[in-house]
Design a protein around this ligand. Structure first.
Ligand code: NDP
Length: 403
């Protein structure tokens, strides 16, 4: 029996609420709070129709710590699940500390005025959370999240030493729009337009944005162009996977997407520098976000699958071994189950599982944790029964571009 407060009524928030409502024995009281309360009400109505469960709704500005504290004191949750935007991570962590409540999220903090994400800001809360006897669980979506858990599972169960990790993220789906992003457009475009980066032999190596691309044959989807990007799970996995020599992250983009992005960048629409327009200061990327489809609205009619996994090379019993651990998730199946597309689903389901790990005491500890620091086994078992089953395939050789 537990009481959770979920903050953020977007694509991911909708999935978290639906998946929690499916397990009333664990999540016995659920409140959804967000900036626009009508979006919370819409999600609550969908949950009522699908499961008969009643969700409480609240309005909150999650940039405002006193407002958050007042809400937390009113609801008295055991855990706050933050699925608003990365900008809100620190105010929500502050409010949880002040009110003595456990915290979790799916994306690391990023300052609004600079397109830069890293864990340093949130890891800086370690001593304060530890002293307060509270847990903060960071990055519990799919990537980061499940990809970290796959690596922890590989380290614990499959290899004696892991040397190389390539995280491969493919959305092989079709939403029918010329250009749309599958999660918050502002956060998504900030992420992929910054310089790429990977870690090798103890050093971070930077590359120009989207300048390295290889084909990879994704199970359940087929061959797709994959671009080398920087992604936040690399920062914690470098610390937590022993013996690592290199870690990289790849994401697929179609021709249509790349062409639109290039044009938008060339005309300045992806900039976060304010421009004056008719007497007002406008941030071009925020204006672009207002024009693009809401990620939650894409699910109706979305076809195809995601295929996300970790290509891992290491040593087991003195022998070189290579495996690919992955999940396929079908957009239409997610829509049928919870009215969401697969990118929201693959993020929201692990968030619910992470919450369950904390609430049932299967994961516990005072301080700030990345998911791979906990035992991966109960999480891996939950993935198989909550909609994100995984497979391990052993390979004789890696594709030559990934050696
Ligand atoms: P959406 O834009 O669909 O939803 C974000 C929600 O947060 C909206 O409901 C928005 O409110 C709300 N919000 C924004 N600012 C505030 C605020 N100040 N106070 C209260 N509520 C606020 O995004 P997604 O659902 O697609 O993504 C949610 C999170 O999940 C993001 O942090 C994203 O980075 C992360 N993510 C993680 C992934 C992973 O695998 N780890 C993958 C995909 C996403 P309003 O409706 O008023 O705009």
């Amino acid at each position: 029996m537990s009481n959770v407060l979920i903050i953020g009524a977007g694509g991911v928030g909708g999935v978290v609420v639906n998946k929690c409502a499916q397990q009333p024995d664990i999540f016995s009281h659920i409140t959804l709070a967000s900036r626009t309360v009508s979006k919370c009400e819409e999600i609550a109505a969908g949950v009522r129709e699908r499961t008969g469960v009643e969700i409480a709704v609240e309005e909150v500005d999650a940039d405002n710590v006193p407002e958050l504290c007042a809400l937390i004191k009113k609801i008295k949750p055991d855990l706050v699940i933050n699925v608003a935007l990365p900008y809100q991570d620190l105010p929500i962590m502050d409010a949880c500390l002040e009110t003595g409540v456990n915290y979790m999220d799916t994306a690391n903090y990023e300052p609004p005025e600079e397109a830069k994400f890293e864990y340093s800001w949130q890891w800086a809360y370690q001593d304060r959370y530890q002293k307060a006897g509270l847990t903060a669980l960071l990055g519990c979506g799919f990537d980061p999240g499940v990809t970290n858990i796959y690596c922890a599972y590989a380290q614990q169960e499959l290899f004696d030493e892991i040397h190389y990790i390539d995280i491969l993220d493919c959305n092989g789906g079709d939403h029918g729009h010329a250009f749309a992003t599958n999660f918050n457009p502002e956060i998504n475009i900030r992420e992929i337009t910054q310089k790429g980066k990977y870690w090798e032999n103890g050093e971070w190596r930077e590359i120009e944005p989207m300048s390295v691309c290889h084909e990879f044959d994704y199970p359940g989807v087929g061959v797709r162009n994959s671009y080398l990007l920087y992604h936040e799970e690399e920062e914690s996995l470098v610390k937590n996977i022993r013996g690592l020599k290199r870690i990289r992250f790849w994401m697929t983009f179609g021709e249509e997407y790349i062409t639109h992005l290039r044009v938008l960048q060339n005309v300045g629409m992806t900039s976060i520098e304010p421009v004056e327009f008719e007497g007002q200061q406008i941030i071009p990327l925020k204006f672009l976000k207002a024009l693009l489809p809401d990620p939650a609205s894409l699910s109706d009619g979305y076809t195809g699958k995601t295929s996300i996994g970790c290509l891992i090379e290491g040593i087991k019993d003195g022998q070189k071994k290579i495996c690919f651990i992955y999940n396929n998730c079908d957009h239409a199946v997610c829509h049928e189950e919870v009215g969401a597309q697969a990118v929201s689903y693959t993020t929201g389901v692990p968030a619910m599982i992470g919450a369950k790990m904390l609430l049932t005491g299967q994961w516990k500890g005072a301080g700030v944790y990345n998911v791979e620091q906990f035992n991966p086994m109960p999480f891996m078992e939950e993935l198989n029964v909550r909609g994100l089953p995984w497979q391990v395939v052993w390979l004789d050789e890696k594709p030559k571009e990934f050696i």
